[in-house]
Ligand binder design. Structure first.
Ligand SMILES: Cc1cc2nc3c(=O)[nH]c(=O)nc-3n(C[C@H](O)[C@H](O)[C@H](O)COP(=O)(O)OP(=O)(O)OC[C@H]3O[C@@H](n4cnc5c(N)ncnc54)[C@H](O)[C@@H]3O)c2cc1C
Length: 347
């Protein structure tokens, strides 16, 4: 059912991760005035990258993926987005083979779905999705969301609809504790992860793209960032387990020696890295999921990777895209001059 707000509708999206940008893109494609706020120095959220700096290495300045490792694509609408990235050289097929490392056993290679990477880092794909959006404001930390009689105040900007595209633990900081939207959130807690970047003078490890580390209290996953990003730089990114991350969340640098020793052991490395950096993710992944693909009550929407079946990039994109289309359909009166919402790509 659509409603006429009596003026050109305006939507504010708080969160410039892939879900928020997908939502804003769907709204913008329907002709709706949309503004995105993100508190980061760049948009992209957990699809984040860092640069290797002051390492003395030949590839100093190179980008490393320090958040999400890769993405998969099954949904036909998301596959179309990925195909477009690939056609324009922004994304590429990385691998369908990961090793499984068990201490004391030889690595086992397992074939799974195709995993995709991006030469410019995964965050570059979010920036690409946002390229057509006229109003993406960052760094812009939103501190309050308040309902009014006709819409929502995002700090002091009045909008008809506000979308909160972030983990619920972050939206609880800005939304009133008694807001009815919060009763729709079923996610109970989020697990943390520490991501260690280790840049080496040369490769001393075998033929491997990525590896799940089993039976380790320290590491859970290792990616060869050179093979993932396509330039073969000898850079590994190791993700901690959630228990270790929780233990060192206040001072992640203290986890570096432990993570490096485990990396050396499970990978059989002969040399130490010339440069290391650790990134803390307090809210890496939700422990449980919201069954619905998004939330919308007419003025306030919520989307993100906790809305759907499995927490991953594709889920976050689908959640944002679907919410954007849904809001557009609710705001555009049938006879207005705005574009109608496409229905062919319904999931
Ligand atoms: C270490 C790690 C490894 C992962 N590995 C994979 C993987 O291999 N494959 C995969 O598919 N997924 C992976 N994921 C998950 C994937 O990154 C997420 O599912 C996806 O990026 C979530 O996107 P989102 O838009 O829902 O949320 P986010 O990316 O978290 O975006 C939320 C945004 O909201 C902004 N924000 C929050 N509060 C405010 C505020 N008050 N004001 C303004 N802005 C605000 C934040 O700055 C952020 O940019 C991984 C995640 C982590 C952390």
């Amino acid at each position: 059912m659509s409603r006429d707000v009596g003026h050109a509708p305006k939507v504010g999206v708080v969160g410039g991760g892939i879900s928020g940008i997908a939502c804003a893109s769907a709204l913008h494609a329907s002709g709706i005035d949309v503004v995105v706020f993100d508190r980061g120095r760049r948009i992209g959220g957990r699809m984040a990258s860092r640069r290797i700096r002051e390492s003395g290495l030949p590839y100093d300045g190179r980008v490393v993926d320090v958040g999400a490792s890769y993405f998969t694509a099954n949904d036909s609408a998301f596959v179309a987005v990925v195909d477009d990235w690939i056609a324009r050289g922004l994304a590429h097929q990385w691998t369908d083979k990961f090793a499984v490392l068990d201490p004391g056993s030889d690595p086992v290679i397992k074939v799974g779905p195709m995993r995709f990477g991006a030469a410019g880092g995964l965050g570059s794909l979010v920036e690409d999705l946002a390229a057509d959006l006229p109003n993406v404001l960052y760094p812009q930390d939103v501190s309050s969301i308040q309902r009014t009689s006709t819409g929502v105040l995002i700090d002091d900007l009045e909008v008809d609809v506000a979308v909160l595209a972030m983990p619920d633990a972050q939206l609880r900081d800005i939304l009133a504790a008694d807001d009815p939207a919060l009763s729709a959130v079923q996610v109970s807690a989020w697990d943390p992860v520490l991501a260690l970047v280790a840049a080496y003078p040369h490769r001393t490890w075998g033929d491997l793209d990525g590896a799940f580390v089993n039976q380790s209290a320290v590491l859970s996953f290792i990616a060869d960032d050179g093979r993932r990003r396509g330039d073969d730089a000898p850079v590994l990114v190791a993700h901690s387990g959630s228990v270790l991350a929780a233990r060192f969340l206040d001072d992640p640098a203290r986890a570096i020696p432990l993570m490096l020793a485990e990396l050396r052991s499970v990978m059989g490395l002969q040399v130490d890295p010339d440069w290391v950096e650790i990134k803390r993710w307090s809210l890496a992944r939700p422990r449980t999921m919201n069954a619905d693909p998004f939330y919308f009550d007419g003025h306030l929407g919520m989307c993100g990777d906790a809305w759907g079946s499995v927490s991953r990039i594709e889920t976050a994109w689908m959640s944002g895209d679907r919410l954007g289309r849904h809001i557009a359909a609710s705001l555009i009166p049938m006879n207005s001059g705005l574009l109608a919402v496409a229905t062919e790509t319904d999931y």
